[in-house]
Design a protein around this ligand. Structure first.
Ligand SMILES: [Zn+2]
Length: 541
């Protein structure tokens, strides 16, 4: 892997950084690394943290009481480890919402239960029996003429299912990691990367646009409920997120955000198992009726509520740089159908465990980190990195108007790609940091973490830091079943988290943060891209 790393990154910055590395190799604290490996692999508490966050307090939707309880538990847990922990409020976010119960049953002389999940911010429905109508195959004109009041509307076409002959879980192959390591810096990809993105968007747009138009027309007809079947998932795995508000302009994310606003009009919306969805469509296509009894009990706040980020500090002891920060974080909020295990209970449990490893090392060696180690658990990530962006705005300002604290952050490390073990780190285009991370990864090659790619990864909270010019990084993780089974699904539960992977990730995270805290200089920064080039609203992975 080292050879492919060296040959791939050809930029001057990298060459210069390597030259510097050759002369003054980046120091690695072997004693601390040995401790993290021993304590983190032999006496790990990461799965216990995860069980509290998921089995006891999951799911943790932003604005919900569950999330508040999980934040309280995390603050108490950090405090027991010797960190000074608190909740920092941001907001208002929107309405708090929780599903108390949701049932859907096909009626008639051949009744059957439907595996159905309510979308967040759907209003409740008292037990109602209603006719099911499939509009997926309707023309726009036929739909505009249809009477859907009081009906249960199936929005999409049936979806063909293919058997998972290749399995649903996987790890990165050496070839894939090699390709990542040899990836060219983003700017060098320029035309083809943007062209590829534009082509993908264009392809998706036609089908998506038609669906959005259909949804808008259906909403205006005020049916009893709108039901869909998600674009992936089968064998009982149902991918489901938030409801869209009526007449809400903009992207699905904006429509969902609007749904959480006080006073928003929302038609109850469900996602059901694709097998159940397809069966209803096939029966209706035979001209036979389908009648369903549906009941949805929810508890939602009238008005909009604030939410909080958990911020926990292990104070730095160095007179000169003790006031600077080595940061780690993950989002604690989740969607509602599972218990938010791989997204992102895993990242949160790893952050708590990495903080424990560092605090335990300091306790057993009677020392302090040089810089303050700050562990953060964000909320509002699924709705657009709302919590981490609020923190950055409050603490660090903007790239154009940075606060004093902006210059004090040595680096920020995020984890938010599921349960998979760390295979390396994305440089987010910051080639100057490559030799530093190469040295810090060396002790973990034997544990599967050796890849450095200059490429970037999006969609989560490190972008809040990266966007204002503070070095923010996300680790490369094995995909396992993240996209195929757990990410935003009802099967996102503790049982699909892999203990050995999370132990390894906690050790690597602890080591990177420790070295960032101990390093003489902060991690090199790259010039901030002009505002126009920065992706404003991305996020929510
Ligand atoms: Zn996530």
């Amino acid at each position: 892997m080292r050879t492919s790393f060296v040959s791939s990154l050809s930029t001057l910055v990298l060459a210069a950084a390597l030259a510097a590395q050759a002369t003054t190799p980046e120091p690695v604290d072997a004693k601390a690394v040995a401790f993290f490996l021993d304590e983190g692999l032999q006496r790990s508490q990461v799965m216990e943290h995860l069980s509290w966050l998921c089995d006891v307090h999951g799911p943790r939707v932003t604005g919900s009481q569950n999330l508040q309880n999980a934040q309280k538990w995390a603050i108490e847990t950090f405090a027991k480890m010797g960190l000074g922990a608190r909740a920092e409020t941001w907001g208002p976010f929107g309405r708090g919402w929780k599903c108390e119960s949701a049932t859907m049953q096909v009626l008639g002389d051949n009744p059957w239960p439907v595996l159905a999940y309510a979308k967040v911010w759907s209003p409740g429905i008292a037990r109602t029996e209603a006719e099911v109508v499939h509009v997926g195959a309707m023309t726009k004109e036929a739909l505009q003429a249809a009477d859907l009041a009081g009906k249960i509307v199936l929005l999409d076409d049936p979806r063909a299912i293919s058997e998972p002959f290749d399995g649903t879980s996987r790890r990165f192959t050496d070839k894939e990691l090699q390709d990542m390591a040899e990836q060219k810096p983003v700017e060098a990809q320029g035309g083809d990367r943007r062209a590829a993105a534009a082509r993908a968007a264009a392809d998706g747009r036609s089908g998506f646009q038609r669906r959005e138009e259909m949804l808008t027309i259906v909403q205006q007809k005020r049916p009893l409920a709108i039901v869909d079947r998600a674009g992936k998932g089968d064998y009982g795995t149902v991918f489901v997120q938030g409801a869209a508000a009526v007449n809400a302009p903009g992207t699905p994310r904006e429509q969902r955000q609007r749904a959480s606003a006080a006073g928003a009009e929302v038609i109850p919306q469900f996602t059901i198992a694709v097998e159940h969805y397809n069966r209803m469509c096939r029966v209706l296509a035979k001209g036979l009726p389908v009648r369903v009894a549906v009941e949805l009990k929810v508890s939602a706040t009238e008005g909009e509520v604030d939410d909080r980020n958990v911020v926990a500090d292990l104070a730095g002891g160095d007179a000169a740089i003790g006031g600077e920060f080595a940061m780690l974080g993950a989002h604690l909020d989740s969607w509602q159908s599972g218990t938010g295990a791989t997204d992102n209970g895993c990242g949160s449990a790893v952050v708590i465990e990495a903080a424990r490893l560092i605090a335990e090392y300091c306790k057993q060696n009677g020392c302090k980190p040089r810089r303050t180690v700050r562990a953060c658990l964000w909320s509002g990530e699924e709705q657009g990195l709302l919590g981490s962006r609020a923190y950055v705005k409050q603490h660090l300002g903007t790239a154009e108007a940075p606060t004093g604290e902006h210059a004090k952050v040595a680096g920020y490390f995020n984890l938010d790609n599921g349960t998979g073990r760390v295979r390396g780190v994305y440089l987010q285009g910051n080639a100057a940091v490559a030799p530093v991370f190469q040295a810090w990864l060396a002790p973990f090659h034997a544990h599967g973490a050796s890849t450095i790619t200059v490429g970037d990864t999006g969609g989560t909270d490190h972008l809040a830091f990266h966007g204002v010019g503070v070095p923010g990084f996300q680790f490369i993780q094995d995909p396992v079943s993240y996209d195929t089974r757990t990410h935003h699904s009802n099967m996102d539960v503790w049982d699909h988290a892999i203990a050995d992977d999370l132990k390894q990730a906690s050790v690597v995270m602890a080591s990177f943060v420790w070295h960032t805290a101990q390093r003489d200089a902060k991690l090199p920064r790259q010039p901030v891209a002009p505002r126009t080039e920065r992706t404003p609203g991305a996020g929510g992975r």
